[in-house]
Design a protein around this ligand. Structure first.
Ligand code: ADP
Ligand code: MG
Length: 709
């Protein structure tokens, strides 16, 4: 058996008998749609059926205009009074219509849908569905608006009433409707293999079969069916994750320390030289690492510490000890931007303290010649610290004496990387650093293959961050505030949920990085340098922008959540987030962690256009607490069972459908079931476990492919 695969079934395994059927063979999927599917990495029937919706559109009975509430999504039945001419504003075509029912008036605005001019007529009645905004109030008359609502003819809407319609992650040229149609055709054609779990187990656990779950996730009859389907798929995801984790643990527990180290003076000298004193938590973590590295077992340790708790220094101490013992170390980051930043930090420390580290950077945007040179330095050992992104470090590099691998902000790489490195005959110490705020009980399950050290404290001299949750009307004040901070020499981040306009028709009301950057340039004083950053830019451009920001050549950085993890620019004091309701609280907490890293007072401004009670309550948790664990737990408590798909949590546990907070009960169940199974049949060789073995192999294969941000 290859050390890379615990469950090698000797073939490219799949979930369906005809899983590899090309999507273009399905009825109604032509070459053009096929090409769009390819952009979503959907090529086969299996890819298609495992492309899950991210939410559902519901078609409730329309409500009266006067009963609508700001921030809520609803349908209204409106008789049109006026239809404007199409206006052109920059690259947008804007159409405004007004109308009413017997309780009130409403104004509707459409973007880049000029064809509606030919479809909408004054005097006729239509149904519009969208998010309500309310302007005015107090003494001024209230004006209710919807931006970019969906328009339905009465009879079409009635036909849809009571249904849930899937909303999918999309790409240009593809609509949710097209995916639904293809999924329906796919379900007709799919030939199902027996379920990997026994009927009895599924019944006892109240979980549907895989076939029913896949059907139910795409075409649920009601909320309940969608929820049941989601739970089965979440269970499956946890189960195979934990199964492999358990195997991984077996593998690592037995390993002797192949790179024993002795304590040298270097780390101590570095600590003495630092401009700050280590916190008690940092000291404890370092002590444990030191005892691991000098002990007789191979280290597999997780350092769990909230954002800003100072994990980097601890990792550097370990890497320094490895270097002082004549070994090599590697520091892996999930993004190039973060890798480049680590390289810079280390280089500065070396300049200031004359450390015995000789670092080399290894990222995808380097030229072939640069990479070759780095490979050489690593292979011959003239570099003793490799800093880079995961895939590069693992796949191509030949090491001289790799003794320690540190993984920053991405635990799941830890599991795979252990396997990948073992596959190359390497058995280094592993140190994983994580800021994912999870309670200890969950951590023990999720990080089951690692020893855990938690850093609970934070550097003492930090001023607490000041937070506020505000609505649209606060924008001018916020812009003035940013301008003011910049004039004092500080910098600011602005986060938008989308990269550019019209990524998805349904989401056109969300702010996007490119247009927002333009807007800021026009409202802020011209001396303020504003740039943008997002994941679709070329890595070299991302690095250039991030570099310029950390050198203070950029004052305001408009970005997607690519800057969410790890980035450290202590001079930045403002974090402003648009459409904050679109993010998970844990993620917002991570974003907030980008400020308050230096001596200056820092501020967080969360904008939300959703003024409903639930959204405000959720966001207020952030105002009240600065503790990542507490925030995640409160978020879970407030979310309750109503929400089918949780907002995306931090990328570290990027399960496709499972949510570690909302599905904690399934996580426990999956852990118990994995234990029971492994006790009964550790290699899954019993005939009744054949399907489990095949699906484990499939899961394993998928989880070894790397995803970069
Ligand atoms: P994280 O745990 O989020 O990775 P970092 O390691 O990036 O945090 O540390 C955040 C900032 O705090 C860095 O600028 C670092 O130099 C500084 N720092 C680390 N430890 C301390 C400390 N004990 N006292 C003061 N500042 C510290
Ligand atoms: Mg960090």
């Amino acid at each position: 058996m290859s050390p890379l695969l615990f469950y090698d079934v000797g073939k490219e395994y799949v979930m369906l008998e005809n899983a590899n059927l090309p999507v273009t063979d399905l009825k109604g999927v032509g070459a053009k749609t096929g090409a769009s599917f390819q952009k979503l990495e959907i090529e086969t029937l299996q890819d298609l059926l495992w492309h899950f919706p991210r939410d559902y559109m519901r078609f409730e009975e329309p409500v009266k205009v006067a009963d609508t509430r700001a921030g809520e999504e609803c349908a209204v039945r409106i008789r049109l009074k006026t239809v404007s001419e199409v206006r052109y504003v920059r690259n947008l075509k804007i159409l405004t219509v007004t109308g009413e029912d017997d309780t009130g008036q409403m104004e509707l605005t459409f973007f880049n849908q000029a064809f509606l001019k030919k479809v909408l007529f004054a005097g006729k009645t239509y149904i519009f569905r969208g998010i309500i905004e309310i302007r005015g109030g107090g003494n001024a008359p209230q004006l209710r608006k919807m931006k970019a609502p969906r328009m339905f003819h009465e009879e079409d809407y009635r036909a849809l009433a009571g249904q849930l319609q899937s909303i999918y992650p999309l790409t240009k040229g593809l609509t949710s409707k097209q995916i639904s149609k293809a999924a329906a055709a796919g379900l007709k054609t799919a030939s199902w293999l027996p379920d990997c779990f026994s009927e009895r187990f599924l019944q006892e656990s109240h979980l549907p079969s895989q076939e029913a779950a896949i059907r139910g996730i795409h075409f649920p009859q009601d909320e309940e069916e969608a929820q049941r389907a989601r739970r089965r798929l979440a269970f499956e995801e946890f189960f195979f994750f934990l199964l492999l984790l358990r195997k991984n643990k077996e593998l690592t527990e037995s390993e002797a320390n192949a790179f024993p180290m002795i304590e040298t003076a270097d780390p101590g000298r570095f600590i003495e030289g630092l401009p700050f004193r280590l916190t008690a938590g940092q000291k404890k973590a370092w002590k444990q690492i030191l005892s691991d590295l000098t002990g007789d077992r191979c280290m597999n340790r997780l350092i769990q510490g909230d954002v800003g708790s100072g994990k980097t220094v601890v990792a550097l101490l370990a890497l320094l000890l490895a270097a002082a013992n004549g070994y090599q170390g590697a520091l892996m980051a999930p993004t190039e931007v973060l890798a480049a930043q680590h390289f810079q930090t280390v280089s500065e420390y070396i300049r200031s303290y004359g450390l015995c580290l000789r670092p080399v950077l290894l990222v995808g945007s380097m030229t072939a010649a640069e990479k070759r040179k780095a490979y050489e330095q690593i292979a011959e050992g003239s570099a003793n610290l490799v800093i880079g992104t995961h895939a590069l470090i693992q796949e191509k590099v030949q090491y001289h004496k790799l003794a320690l691998v540190v993984t920053d902000e991405q635990h799941r790489f830890g599991v795979r990387q252990r396997q990948a490195l073992a596959g190359k005959g390497l058995q280094p110490h592993i140190l994983v650093m994580s800021a994912t705020p999870i309670p200890r009980t969950l951590a023990i399950v999720l990080y089951g293959d690692l020893q855990i050290t938690a850093i609970h404290d934070r550097p003492a001299e930090r001023l607490p961050i000041k937070n506020c949750v505000v609505g649209d009307a606060y924008h001018p004040t916020a812009y003035k505030f940013i301008a003011d901070q910049v004039s004092q020499g500080r910098q600011a981040y602005v986060i938008c949920p989308q990269v550019s306009a019209n990524e998805e028709a349904e989401d056109s009301e969300l702010e996007n990085v490119e247009e927002y950057c333009e807007k800021l340039r026009s409202v802020l004083p011209p001396s303020i340098r504003t740039e943008y950053l997002h994941g679709r830019m070329r890595p070299a451009d991302k690095n250039r922008i991030m570099d310029a920001f950390s050198r203070r050549d950029i004052d305001v950085l408009v970005s997607t959540t690519v800057i969410e993890v790890g980035i450290n620019v202590p001079n930045a004091t403002v974090m402003m987030v648009e459409n904050a309701e679109r993010f998970g609280l844990a993620q917002l907490h991570q974003l907030r962690g980008r400020v308050g890293r230096g001596e200056h007072q820092s501020y967080c401004i969360f904008f939300t256009s959703k003024e409903d009670e639930k959204t405000r309550k959720r966001l207020e948790i952030l105002e009240k607490s600065n503790d990542g664990f507490e925030i995640a737990q409160e978020d879970l408590r407030l979310r309750g069972p109503g929400e089918l798909f949780g907002v995306r949590q931090s990328g570290e546990f990027a399960f496709r459908i499972a949510d570690i907070y909302a599905d904690a009960d399934l996580l426990t169940l999956a852990g118990e079931e994995a234990d029971r199974l492994l006790k009964d049949d550790p290699r899954l060789t019993k005939p009744e476990h054949q399907r489990l073995r095949e699906e484990a192999a499939q899961y394993q294969k998928n989880s070894i492919s790397f995803r970069s941000i």
